[in-house]
Design a protein around this ligand. Structure first.
Ligand code: NDP
Length: 252
């Protein structure tokens, strides 16, 4: 039920952090992997790591900040293996600034990378998945899909938008056997997590104190849910947003 042999997964921002951890999980379940990102050095290392697991792997360098970049990436991914069964819209950036200090360029950059790219990549993947008889789309949200913070106007808007995008695509494409779901990670120790820890005073203590599990998440904590949502085990699950947060979002 959880096997992904013969499936091809595209993970945007898969050259490190949460994206690479999910790609590892999918590869261990049998999928071939297309990773994307802007940093080719990280991308080559990630590709080699997936190949060492015995799966076919490709890295495509590209910027998801524009619709043209997203379209080029999806074309490249299709050329790599001739199909896309699983799309994980994971690439993301943050602009940690109070709303009154946020420039329109920062706002547009965050919305384009985190939200618009997920829409465009999903739209480009749709005809292939439809022709193949089905597919899986997984959008990576955040705790800020649920909560507000003083430093997260653009990021929170993009991640909240992803939850609603997930529901809309799930309804639209359910009859095509395409399931669309979201994962909402808690605070995870990645490059982005480290940057947040450095910028937001007291964050480290707040995360460990408020999270019932008592620790930051590890990128590997996201692999299991990715395999579940990418596999036949979730064929009747669509439009949901699953927190993977050590209990952060349900703690009083
Ligand atoms: P990282 O910074 O490690 O990874 C972000 C990824 O996105 C990188 O692979 C990066 O590629 C890629 N990326 C960013 N901008 C672009 C762009 N314009 N075009 C193409 N690729 C781009 O962070 P995480 O692994 O932590 O984050 C992954 C996802 O998880 C993000 O969507 C983030 O918002 C979300 N998340 C993270 C949390 C955390 O605590 N870490 C908590 C909740 C959600 P490159 O390095 O090549 O630019």
């Amino acid at each position: 039920m959880f096997k992904l042999d013969g499936r091809v997964a595209l993970v945007t921002g898969g050259n490190g952090g949460i994206g690479l951890a999910m790609a590892r999980g999918l590869a261990q379940a049998g999928a071939d992997i297309v990773l994307t990102g802007r940093d080719a050095t990280k991308g080559d290392a990630a590709r080699a790591e997936i190949a060492a697991l015995g799966r076919s792997a490709a890295f495509i360098m590209g910027d998801l900040g524009t619709a043209e970049g997203c379209a080029a990436l999806m074309e490249g991914a299709m050329q790599a293996f001739g199909r896309i069964d699983i799309l994980i819209n994971n690439a993301g950036i943050a602009a940690r600034r109070r709303p009154e200090d946020l420039s329109i360029e920062e706002w547009n950059g965050v919305i384009a990378t985190n939200l618009t790219s997920a829409f465009v990549c999903s739209q480009k993947a749709y005809p292939f998945m439809q022709r193949q008889g089905g597919g899986k789309i997984i959008n990576i949200g955040s705790m800020l899909s649920l909560f507000g913070t003083s430093f997260g106007a653009a990021y929170g808007a993009s991640k909240g938008g992803l939850v609603q995008l997930t529901r809309s695509l799930a309804v639209a494409w359910a009859a095509d056997n395409i399931q669309v779901n979201a994962v909402l990670p808690g605070w995870i120790a990645t490059e982005m997590g480290q940057a947040a820890r450095a910028q937001i005073g007291g964050l480290d203590e707040r995360v460990t104190t408020r999270t019932p599990a008592g620790r930051w998440g590890d990128p590997a904590d996201l692999a299991g849910v990715a395999v579940f949502l990418a596999s036949a085990a979730s064929d009747y699950v669509t439009g949901v947003s699953i927190p993977v947060d050590g209990g952060f979002s349900i703690a009083g």
